[in-house]
Design a protein. Structure first.
Length: 293
């Protein structure tokens, strides 16, 4: 991670201070990687060592128009540049960059029948345990891969999620159905430290591997929706809401800091929409067409 960056600095010492400062800020590995990437990418784009306001605006415009990045990706780039040029070098121009509004996209949600088809399509007990655990507790893929065997509390029927997004710990429920699957998995694989170790037993399984497991299961189950492993988390939250679980409890289970983040599931839930009768139904078209024929 300690990559030597060709950044706008007065000394080699300050160059290392950039990386050290990121680590001291206790950002996640993903954020650290992004901060290093975008600061280096800016320099590669401009081919300059002295960066000004215009350079940053040109770079952000390049990300939007040429790279066609999403709003969240653009915000990540802004945060990365703001950390170095704003926080570290105290340059004011970074704060003048207008942030784009987030895309208002609804998450793609699987029906319970579709989730069942995906889970039934998996024969490998380890892969089945991973996908079932992800859906049963609404976990992020990063949370699944970082689980340790000791995090499963079968006596209290809880799962301990340590240092999740935002560096917060939380507990989520342990499903009785997944507990039996986990026991079968443990008998066959005997995991020691990591609940789901990778090929190197000293390391956990990678997020990319889990994504591939989910993708293969969807293909086998003939799921045509544009879904990802994160769709299991979206589906978990939506299905809880449709079954009457209070939004505040769902917020706590998902580890959302703000209830507004959780409220997005009210827009994809069919709990209330399905109860609304379409005005077409009151026209009785089918019966009238039958009479006319």
């Amino acid at each position: 991670m300690f990559v030597v960056l060709r950044l706008q600095m007065n000394s080699a010492t300050l160059e290392m201070n950039f990386v050290i400062r990121i680590f001291k800020a206790k950002y996640s590995a993903k954020t650290i990687k992004a901060y290093i990437y975008y600061n280096k990418d800016l320099l590669d784009f401009t081919n300059k060592t002295e960066i000004n306001d215009s350079d940053i605006k040109d770079y952000l415009l390049y990300l939007i128009e040429s790279k066609n990045v999403s709003t969240s990706t653009l915000n990540s780039a802004i945060n990365a540049l703001k950390f170095y040029y704003g926080t570290m070098l105290k340059k004011k121009f970074v704060y003048e960059v207008k942030r784009p509004k987030k895309d208002k996209k609804l998450p793609v949600v699987l029906s319970q029948e579709e989730v069942e088809k995906i889970l039934l399509s998996v024969d490998n007990i380890k892969h089945k345990a991973i996908l079932m655990l992800t859906y049963s507790a609404g976990l992020r893929v990063s949370e699944i891969v970082n689980l340790k065997s000791k995090d499963i509390d079968s006596k209290r029927m809880l799962i301990y999620i340590k240092m999740a997004k935002g560096r917060k710990d939380r507990y989520v429920m342990l499903s009785e159905s997944i507990l039996q699957i986990l026991r079968d998995y443990w008998k066959e694989y005997r995991p020691v430290e990591w609940l789901f170790p990778g090929q190197d037993k000293e390391k956990h399984i990678t997020t990319r591997t889990v994504e591939k497991i989910f993708s293969n299961a969807c293909e086998k189950a003939k799921i045509l929706k544009p879904v990802s492993i994160h769709s299991l988390r979206h589906s978990f939250a939506t299905h809880l809401l449709e079954n009457g679980t209070d939004l505040r409890y769902i917020q706590e289970l998902l580890g959302h800091k703000n209830i507004k983040t959780t409220e997005i599931y009210t827009h994809v839930s069919n709990k209330n929409i399905a109860k609304i009768k379409s005005p077409l139904d009151s026209l009785n078209i089918a019966r009238k067409e039958e009479i006319s024929h």
